[in-house]
Every structure is written in structure tokens, then in C-alpha cells.
Design a binder for this molecule. Structure first.
Ligand SMILES: NC(=O)c1ccc[n+]([C@@H]2O[C@H](COP(=O)([O-])OP(=O)(O)OC[C@H]3O[C@@H](n4cnc5c(N)ncnc54)[C@H](O)[C@@H]3O)[C@@H](O)[C@H]2O)c1
Ligand SMILES: O=C(O)C1=N[C@H](C(=O)O)CCC1
Length: 252
């Protein structure tokens, strides 16, 4: 049963989108949360502060998210962000805004699937033991960006682990005859983006070494897979001022 006195007041941005609709349902069904605002493109953000939202959940677009974040942080509203497109420059900008608002928290998580978080952790752990690694991410064809936020984050983690282990570039004698044939180069890791009807969100990390390969794969078969992670973010963000990147540190 909802205890109104302790409920977290949540506003959803991108509420009419694929993820936003799912988040509204999950927040509405959570006994410890109250859905106080459902906003999409064209709606005025001040409606959420009028509704006294304590936390925003943003699943909008890479073009929209920074303006939303700026406004929320200025208003003292903490934000759980699933929207992709976060470069190092964007993260530095958010840190700057937060420096002026010490009580406010922002969580930017490239993937809220708990299995996906583990897949990234396992990939980072395996990285030092293999000569080669490539990432194949697969998504539905209405996705606006490539490569995915998850694959970019995974590539950063792998590159960091390889650098810490003193590994050099991967063996690869191939001359690319057609641009793009070898995928995108993210921190020295090749990332291949597949878009096909019927898919939701999937990623394989393929490692190779002498006479063996290791494949780590995660599949989100339905957008409900992201909801436990989103709700965890909402529950924890009010105790986590400043910027947090990735859901990892919110897990026990
Ligand atoms: N982190 C994760 O676990 C995760 C999971 C799924 C999707 N995503 C990301 O979330 C984002 C949204 O994905 P989606 O599939 O729901 O997209 P979508 O296109 O279905 O939904 C986006 C919604 O945002 C709305 N919107 C656009 N500008 C807005 C603004 N200024 N204010 C409020 N709403 C605005 C659009 O009208 C649309 O309804 C993408 O960046 C996607 O990559 C992240
Ligand atoms: O459907 C999407 O869009 C997704 N985007 C995220 C990404 O870019 O990694 C997470 C998975 C779903």
C-alpha cells in the first residue's frame, strides 16, 4: 500500500515514448512512489515543479536531454537519466551545474538492465586476458543513435582494463576496403551496430585469444527489463548528491 508521507514524487520526461510509457507504469505501480508529472515534447517543465516533483526520470532524446537536465538541476530536482548521447564533455558540463547545487543528484546510466550491468562488469573483468575483443550491439530500427550508449560505455571499460594491464593494440592486419566494414573505433575497440525489426536491445562482447573465444551476451527481450534498475535509481538518487555514471555503484 502507498504510504503518501514517504512516497517519492516522480516526474517522467519523454512520457509518451517507448521507455517513458513503461516508466510511468512502473512508477505508478511502485508502492513507495507517486507519479506527479508525465511530460513529453511541447509540455512545459515548470508543471513538474508545480507538482513538487523530487525526482525526474528522463528518457527523451540526445538533443533534448541536456536542456532538461540544466532546468532540473537549477530547480533542485534530482534526475535519473536513461537517455543516451553522453560524451565526456556533456558529463563535465553536468558536474559543473551540480557544483552550484550541492544537494542535487544526477544518475546517468547507459543501461538499466541488471543483466546488462553485469555483462559490462564481466567484460571489463575478462578484458585483460584476451588479445582481441569486438562488440556487436543489436537494436530495434527506430533507435535514433549508433553506436548504442551501452556499447560505448563497454568499450571505454574494456579499453581502460587493457591499458591498466599494459596491453597494446589488438592484432588486425585487415585493410578496410569499404568504409565502415570494420565497425566504429571506440577507444581502440571495434563496435558493430545492427538494426533490425523484431529486436529490442542486445549486445555481445566477443573475446579471442590463442585457440579460444569467449562470448558474453545480454538480451533485453522487453522494455520491462529496464524497470527494476530505473526504480532502484529513483530510490537511491536522493541520497547520492553529485553525478553518478552507471548503475553499478547503486547495486549492493
Ligand atoms: N538507459 C537505458 O537503459 C535505456 C533503455 C532504453 C532506451 N534508452 C534510451 O532512452 C532514450 C529514449 O528511448 P525510447 O526508445 O523511449 O525513445 P522514444 O523515441 O520512443 O521516446 C522519446 C520520447 O521523448 C519525447 N521528447 C523529445 N523531446 C522531448 C523534450 N524536450 N521533453 C520531453 N520529452 C521529449 C519524444 O516525443 C518521445 O515521446 C534513447 O536515448 C534510448 O537510447 C536507454
Ligand atoms: O532502445 C534503445 O534505444 C536502447 N538504448 C540504450 C543504449 O543505447 O545502449 C540501452 C538499450 C536500449
Amino acid at each position: 500500500m502507498t504510504n503518501q508521507a514517504e512516497s517519492i514524487r516522480v516526474g517522467v520526461l519523454g512520457a509518451r515514448g517507448r521507455m517513458g510509457l513503461e516508466v510511468c507504469k512502473a512508477v505508478d505501480a511502485a508502492g513507495d512512489m507517486e507519479l506527479v508529472a508525465m511530460l513529453d515534447q511541447g509540455d512545459e517543465l515548470f508543471k513538474a515543479s508545480e507538482a513538487h516533483a523530487q525526482v525526474f526520470v528522463d528518457f527523451t532524446t540526445p538533443d533534448a536531454v541536456m536542456d532538461n537536465l540544466r532546468w532540473a538541476v537549477d530547480q533542485g530536482i534530482s534526475v535519473v537519466v536513461g537517455t543516451t548521447g553522453f560524451t565526456d564533455e556533456r558529463l563535465s558540463q553536468v558536474r559543473e551545474w551540480l557544483a552550484a547545487k550541492p544537494g542535487v543528484g544526477v544518475l546517468v546510466a547507459p543501461n538499466f538492465g541488471l543483466g546488462a550491468v553485469l555483462m559490462m562488469q564481466f567484460a571489463a573483468r575478462a578484458a585483460r586476458y584476451f588479445d582481441s575483443v569486438e562488440i556487436i550491439e543489436q537494436h530495434h530500427p527506430r533507435k535514433l543513435d549508433a553506436p548504442s550508449g551501452t556499447s560505448t560505455h563497454t568499450a571505454h571499460l574494456i579499453a581502460q582494463a587493457r591499458a591498466e594491464a599494459g596491453l597494446g593494440p589488438m592484432p588486425d592486419a585487415t585493410k578496410e576496403e569499404v568504409d565502415g566494414a570494420r565497425g566504429a573505433d571506440i577507444d581502440g575497440v571495434r563496435v558493430h551496430s545492427v538494426r533490425a525489426a523484431g529486436l529490442v536491445a542486445h549486445q555481445e562482447v566477443l573475446f579471442g585469444s590463442l585457440g579460444e573465444t569467449l562470448t558474453i551476451r545480454h538480451d533485453s527481450l522487453d522494455r520491462v527489463s529496464f524497470m527494476p534498475g530505473v526504480l532502484l535509481g529513483v530510490r537511491k538518487i536522493l541520497e547520492r548528491p553529485g553525478l553518478t555514471v552507471g548503475l553499478d555503484s547503486f547495486l549492493d
